[in-house]
Design a protein around this ligand. Structure first.
Ligand code: ARG
Length: 460
């Protein structure tokens, strides 16, 4: 076993208690930051060389060592030692093994405080790119699903009661718009992620001629911190991204809830691909919608992570406090589960089969065209409030007669108002109801078709 290379032993006469060391260790959580730690160190090494703080020869040795570590990491050959307290220790320990004493110069003008802040931002940048790509795939799946069933109609629900008639494609587009807002929010957060904290050192900056602009440029950041104290203690971008993830998770959960509902025999709108379902160990007939249930179920932990992080921050004095180490585990868990949820829904959705007959049947039940009848009266000059009351009477009549609205005769309609004519009768079928929509952003077939076309172009 390699000998322990604690980064901070000098002022201690004793070794840490094994229990304290174990309690403080973070490698199990922060080892996923390894490649970002190396990336940041490569920029740091170049900067030190440029500033004359390491010689060209030392700089070369450090960078060659870091490159080897990078290769070991990506090949899965990097060996973590039980004595590595955290990812920074692991990388520096290995660098000593590879580059010798020059390794001791890498941490010049740097602290783990700005180092971890940097690693987190590099990780976030990578995460945001992956989230955006996954959300885009999910949007494409919704688009593909909508285009597979362009004419299918269904009820629009309010209060989970049949309300009006819509195109299934309109429902798909609702989620597509939602996930676009999630992408926009994450991109917006990304602008604030993209600021380098490297060079803030332990919190007050350095007496050495560091060049934070240079390292920021090397690492592709758009800007550099303005205040070193803020730079090492700021975890806003983790909070922001997590808040955006929480909202995205809420959206995923709402979508999942509809998939679960639609797969019930009560609804019968949907048959999930059996490859994404499970059976029951007890009930031989079951095919359960586990994937959307799990997506829905994982949402709580994502919300919890947000509250956890905010609570960690709320009592902290400036600047760095070790409490901040606790930001990672909940964040990583939340990010992993949202990313996995987005991916699996995107994969599963277009493979799910609709039952258009059931949806169409449902679209026509529950007097979903009552509003069309009222709006017909409005076009004949009746104030909407009066039309509403009058059509309420028609619905009551239908209920008593056990009739659907479209089964009414013209004679029956006319007994409610002389304004009704044959065209009013026509307005009562579910398909006609959709066809007659015309307001912007509505389920009108031409509006929906235009929006599908817009998204096909945008997501191509
Ligand atoms: N593991 C620490 C964290 O995640 C790294 C920074 C440690 N800094 C320190 N002064 N002990 O926050």
């Amino acid at each position: 076993m390699a000998k322990s290379r604690r980064l901070w032993g000098g002022r201690f006469k004793c070794k840490p208690a094994a229990s304290a060391e174990a309690f403080g260790a973070s490698l199990a959580v922060d080892r996923r930051l390894a490649r970002f730690d190396v990336e940041g160190s490569l920029a740091q090494a170049l900067m030190l060389e440029k500033a004359g703080l390491v010689s060209a020869e030392e700089g070369r040795a450090i960078r060659a060592g870091l490159e080897s570590i990078r290769a070991e990491l990506s090949a899965g050959r990097f060996r973590f030692e039980p004595s590595d307290e955290d990812i920074h220790t692991a990388v520096e320990r290995r660098l000593y093994e590879l580059a010798g004493p020059a390794a001791g110069k890498l941490h010049t003008g740097r602290s783990r405080n700005d180092q971890i802040a940097l690693d987190e931002r590099l990780y976030l940048r990578d995460l945001l790119a992956r989230l955006d790509a996954a959300l885009k795939e999910l949007q494409k799946s919704l688009l593909a699903w909508a285009r597979r069933y362009p004419r299918v109609i269904m009820p629009a629900f309010t209060h989970l009661q049949h309300a009006q008639v819509i195109l299934f494609a309109h429902w798909c587009l609702a989620y597509l718009e939602m996930f676009q807002r999630d992408r926009d929010r994450l991109a917006e957060a990304g602008r604030r992620v993209n600021i380098s904290p490297l060079g803030a050192a332990a919190g007050a900056g350095s007496s050495l001629p560091l060049d934070p602009e240079f390292t920021a440029g090397q690492l592709g950041f758009a800007g550099v911190f303005a205040n070193s104290l803020d730079a090492v203690s700021d975890r806003d971008c983790l909070v922001e991204v997590l808040a955006d993830l929480a909202l995205a998770a809420a959206h995923l959960s709402r979508l999942s809830e509809e998939l679960v509902l639609w797969s019930t025999s009560e609804f019968g709108y949907l048959q999930l691909d059996p490859r994404y379902c499970t059976g029951s160990s007890a009930l031989p007939q079951k095919q359960n919608p586990d994937i959307p249930e799990l997506v829905r179920g994982k949402t709580g932990a994502v919300f919890g992570a947000l509250v956890s992080l905010l609570t960690t921050l709320k009592g902290l004095p400036l600047s760095y406090n070790r409490d901040l180490q606790e930001d990672k585990a909940p964040f990583f868990a939340a990010a992993d589960s949202v990313l996995a949820s987005i991916s699996i829904l995107g994969e599963m959705l277009p493979k799910s089969r609709l039952n258009p007959e059931a949806m169409e049947r449902a679209a026509g039940s529950g007097y979903t065209t009552a509003i069309d009848l009222a709006e017909f009266l409005v076009t004949r000059g009746l104030p909407f409030r009066e039309a509403h009351g009058l059509v309420g009477g028609v619905v009551l009549y239908c209920q008593e007669q056990g009739k659907r609205l479209e089964e009414l005769t013209l004679k029956e309609l006319k007994s409610f108002s002389r304004l009704f004519n044959a065209s009013a009768l026509q307005a009562l079928t579910p398909r006609e109801s959709v066809r007659r929509r015309r307001s912007p952003g509505s389920t009108a077939p031409d509006q929906v078709a235009a929006r599908l076309k817009y998204w096909a172009g945008k997501l191509a």
